[in-house]
Design a protein around this ligand. Structure first.
Ligand code: ECB
Length: 135
């Protein structure tokens, strides 16, 4: 059985998120808003087909993808860049590489002790977020 990421998850801890935003060239004012937000991930999973919604009171972001299929992603409302994203499985971890202007960009998701973990990487910065199940 592959890992099951589906459900509603609420942000519990976030390390180096502002540094990550800086690496993406997000301006000071937007960073200050972004780091103060509560974020909710709503994940729908059907085999290798995923839909990730990242929700907040400020902005929302949605990404639908199939594992193993390269996708043209436009990070609308985030850093507004065009990237080529590819998500693959590494054991029970979802690994996304985001090719574009920014070096070493990507993310990883895994589940540990019923918490959803997310590592967001850009250049030499690694942000680590942990989400707990909502209701
Ligand atoms: C959408 C909630 C956060 C809103 C922050 C608003 C402005 C900040 C500008 C750029 C931020 C860049 C990234 C924000 C970090 C998290 C949002 C989703 C990042 C992402 O790629 O999530 C993946 C993995 O869960 C699925 O799309």
């Amino acid at each position: 059985m592959p890992a099951d990421f589906s459900g509603k998850w609420i942000l519990e801890t976030s390390e180096k998120f502002e540094e990550y935003l800086k690496a993406l060239n997000i301006d000071f004012a937007t960073r200050k808003i972004a780091i103060s937000l509560s974020q909710t991930k709503v994940v729908t999973q059907d085999g290798d087909n995923f839909d990730f919604k990242t929700l907040s009171t400020f902005r929302n972001y949605e990404l639908a993808f199939t594992v193993g299929v390269v996708l043209d992603e436009y990070t609308k409302g985030l850093d507004n860049r065009n990237i080529k994203s590819l998500v693959t499985w590494d054991k029970d971890m979802l690994v996304c590489t985001q090719r574009g202007e920014k070096a070493n960009r990507g993310w990883k998701h895994w589940i540990e002790d019923d918490k959803l973990h997310l590592e967001l990487t850009c250049e030499d910065v690694v942000c680590h977020q942990v989400f707990k199940r909502k209701e």
